[in-house]
Design a protein. Structure first.
Length: 187
């Protein structure tokens, strides 16, 4: 709902990633808040924004290309990446370096076999958010109306929380390794 609201006001976040979503409280049904509007911008028209911004692995291919400008659909690409991670526990466009992640994103190909354990509805929603063409990509309003979102809880993925925990643990481990290497180099 929050992203659909932003888009209804012609505001693009441009840096959606798991770290930029916060729970309003500790309850299970806590509202989710979007944070870090440092790259957010109002947009006029479908291709009204220019400039490279966002986080590697989450940024939409049209931002990396910098050829025709971009607009609201870049946020749905990022949401597709986040949804893929929630479903599989692994990022779809993660490279060893930022440049590798950008190259994988530009190809727009992700491992659909990773999604085999997800329901057909979840796979469909993910594919529609990760549609390479921004003109054909699902809108925020369209995502809210998708049958997987409006369906019953029984159709939802049971392993999402486990996948998110696993992914977060790997990210913490990676940051610890980087910090250790940096500390060692400084000595």
């Amino acid at each position: 709902g929050a992203l659909a609201y932003l888009h209804s006001k012609d505001i693009v976040h441009r840096d959606l990633k798991p770290e930029n979503f916060l729970l309003a409280n500790e309850k299970l049904d806590s509202p989710i808040k979007i944070a870090d509007f440092g790259f957010a911008s109002s947009v006029d028209g479908p291709n009204g924004l220019w400039g490279l911004c966002g986080s590697p692995g989450y940024v939409a291919p049209e931002i990396i290309k910098e050829k025709e400008g971009y607009g609201l659909p870049v946020d749905l690409w990022s949401m597709g990446v986040i949804f893929y991670i929630l479903l599989t526990g692994v990022p779809p466009f993660a490279g060893d370096t930022d440049e590798d992640s950008f190259a994988l994103t530009l190809r727009g190909k992700y491992d659909k076999r990773e999604l085999e354990r997800a329901s057909q509805g979840a796979q469909d929603l993910c594919a529609k958010m990760l549609t390479y063409s921004p003109k054909r990509r699902l809108t925020a309003e369209g995502a809210l109306l998708h049958p997987w979102v409006t369906g019953t809880a029984a159709d939802r993925e049971l392993g999402v929380q486990e996948n998110l925990r696993s992914w977060r643990a790997r990210m913490r481990f990676k940051k610890a390794i980087i910090a250790t290497v940096a500390t060692t180099r400084m000595q």
